[in-house]
Ligand binder design. Structure first.
Ligand SMILES: *[C@@H]1O[C@H](CO)[C@@H](O)[C@H](O)[C@H]1NC(C)=O
Ligand SMILES: *[C@@H]1O[C@H](CO)[C@@H](O)[C@H](O)[C@H]1NC(C)=O
Ligand SMILES: *[C@@H]1O[C@H](CO)[C@@H](O)[C@H](O)[C@H]1NC(C)=O
Ligand SMILES: *[C@@H]1O[C@H](CO)[C@@H](O)[C@H](O)[C@H]1NC(C)=O
Ligand SMILES: *[C@@H]1O[C@H](CO)[C@@H](O)[C@H](O)[C@H]1NC(C)=O
Length: 461
């Protein structure tokens, strides 16, 4: 305080100073009471935030927000709103699933600071995800899948240690996966599939002992798959349909909790690491539509828990192991088409009793087509574009036992001789039958007329 001011003050008579002080104290204490009432009524703040959320909704054809009225104080009874049971009353959950709401997701939503669940799945919300949603300290579940949201994922999403589940699938989000999300130590599921998310997968994403499921399918991610560090909970990883390049990190084989690994439709290359064969309970492995080369590690043909194994459309070489039918007894789908596999189709396939789909098309396979009639659930047998022989056509007679057969695709081989009459006894469910571009002679058996086949298959005769 300057001496001048001090002098001025000292000139004021005592009683006047007393009066002034009283007025000041009165005013300021009043202000304190007034502002504290405003600041502490979090309940009313939440009500205002809900009304503000409603203001962002432009169309509500089902009248879901009909109960959300400014003159209604009891917002806990508004549709989709759940409140805390302890005082002060706060909004803890906002759930308006499949409510046909059009509009924007108002940034006021981030004022609901006690929210632990926000579920607006399957509406028509557009605009961006409010940045401040990442700041909600109690938020556990963020479910905004199936909307029209665009823009970036909030850069602070994941900083809240409460966050468990993030599902932003089926929107139009772009930009990169924020580091905050990748660094979260609490997240158990992160689902960002079917957006336009680009950039690289953050190096730290695969360093979490809590992550159980990661679904980044159908985005525009590029660069390599980062190394897998401490991942002891991961069961589901889907990176299908991106532009990922480089090789599969050998460290992926250390993720022994993994059940489903889907890396299809990328630009992945090199050989597949042997370590993948160490994952004891792997049930789904899809490596199709990449640029993998070399031999498939023999360890992979030994993962007996596999139900789906797809290597289709790569540059793999080698033989199909003769014991495959014994070492992969649980397979329902085996796709090895579109590679450089040579040699015979192993007879042991007859032991793969759960097999439904067998696609070995467009390889260099030779020898006789095995009789697979013991595979009662077989629905698609696709062996086209190889160098397979028919022998005495026993394979076709055997297939008349496969009552679920929908597709039998044998065109572009070196099948010769005449088609047996048994062709007429193939499954009544058959939708597609093709024997074109072979060396078949003689008449087409009249029995084939009993089959309901598409014109497509007739053309290929
Ligand atoms: C806070 O606001 C709510 C309405 O949102 C009201 O019911 C409640 O009485 C208010 N509490 C106080 C202490 O004023
Ligand atoms: C995806 O994002 C890229 C830019 O990263 C943009 O050029 C492209 O148009 C977007 N595609 C869609 C379908 O939104
Ligand atoms: C992996 O996460 C742990 C924390 O769980 C951290 O200490 C470690 O530095 C991370 N590793 C890398 C390479 O960032
Ligand atoms: C797998 O984990 C073991 C033990 O933690 C470690 O020594 C090894 O380097 C890891 N392998 C890879 C390929 O990262
Ligand atoms: C496959 O498993 C069998 C039985 O568990 C074992 O004898 C064989 O050595 C394994 N083969 C490979 C290539 O790991």
């Amino acid at each position: 305080m300057s001496p001048q001011v001090f002098r001025t003050q000292s000139l004021i008579p005592h009683h006047a100073l007393f009066l002034l002080c009283t007025i000041l104290i009165f005013l300021s204490s009043n202000t304190i009471i007034f502002s504290s009432a405003q600041a502490t009524n979090k309940t009313e703040d939440d009500r205002q935030a809900l009304l503000c959320f409603k203001a962002g909704i432009s169309k509500d054809p089902a009248g879901v927000l009909g109960s959300w009225r400014n003159d209604s104080l009891n917002f806990c009874s508004w549709r989709g709103v759940n409140c805390s049971t302890t005082l002060p009353i706060r909004v803890v959950s906002l759930q308006l699933r499949s409510a046909q709401l059009t509009g924007t997701l108002s940034s006021c939503t981030a004022a609901l600071t006690s929210l632990f669940q926000l579920n607006l799945w399957n509406n028509k919300l557009s605009g961006s995800v409010p940045e401040d949603i990442g700041e909600l300290r109690s938020l556990q579940t963020l479910m905004l899948a199936g909307n029209r949201l665009s823009g970036n994922i909030p850069l602070s999403l994941g900083t809240a240690a409460s966050l468990r589940y993030v599902n932003l699938a089926n929107n139009s989000l772009s930009g990169a996966i924020p580091d905050s999300l990748a660094n979260s130590l609490s997240l158990s599921e992160i689902i960002l599939s079917r957006n336009n998310i680009s950039g690289v997968i953050p190096a730290n994403l695969f360093n979490s002992s809590k992550l159980v499921a990661v679904d980044l399918r159908s985005n525009a991610l590029s660069g390599p798959i980062p190394h897998f560090q401490k991942m002891d909970a991961l069961q589901f990883l889907n990176l299908t349909g991106n532009s990922l390049s480089g090789t599969i990190p050998a460290s992926l084989g250390n993720v022994s909790s993994l059940r489903s690994l889907l890396l299809a439709q990328n630009n992945l290359a090199g050989s597949v690491p042997e370590t993948l064969g160490q994952i004891p309970n792997l049930t789904v492995l899809d490596l199709s539509n990449n640029m993998f080369t070399g031999y498939v590690p023999v360890t992979l043909y030994n993962v007996s828990s596999l139900t789906l194994f797809s290597l289709g459309t790569n540059n793999f070489i080698g033989h199909i192991p003769s014991e495959i039918g014994h070492s992969l007894p649980n397979l329902q789908t085996l796709v090895m088409g579109g590679n450089g596999f040579r040699g015979p189709i192993p007879d042991s396939l007859t032991n793969m009793s759960k097999l439904q789909v067998l696609d070995l098309s467009s390889n260099l396979l030779t020898g006789m087509v095995p009789s697979l009639g013991s595979l009662a659930d077989m629905s698609q047998l696709i062996l086209r574009n190889n160098k397979l022989e028919a022998g005495d056509w026993a394979f076709l007679t055997s297939l008349t036992n496969c009552t679920q057969l929908l597709i039998l695709s044998m065109d572009g081989n070196i099948l010769n001789g005449s088609l047996p009459k048994a062709v007429g006894k193939l499954s009544t469910k058959l939708q597609r039958l093709s024997f074109g571009r072979n060396q078949i002679s003689g008449n087409i058996p009249a029995e084939i007329g009993k089959l309901v086949v598409t014109s497509d298959s007739i053309n290929s005769w």
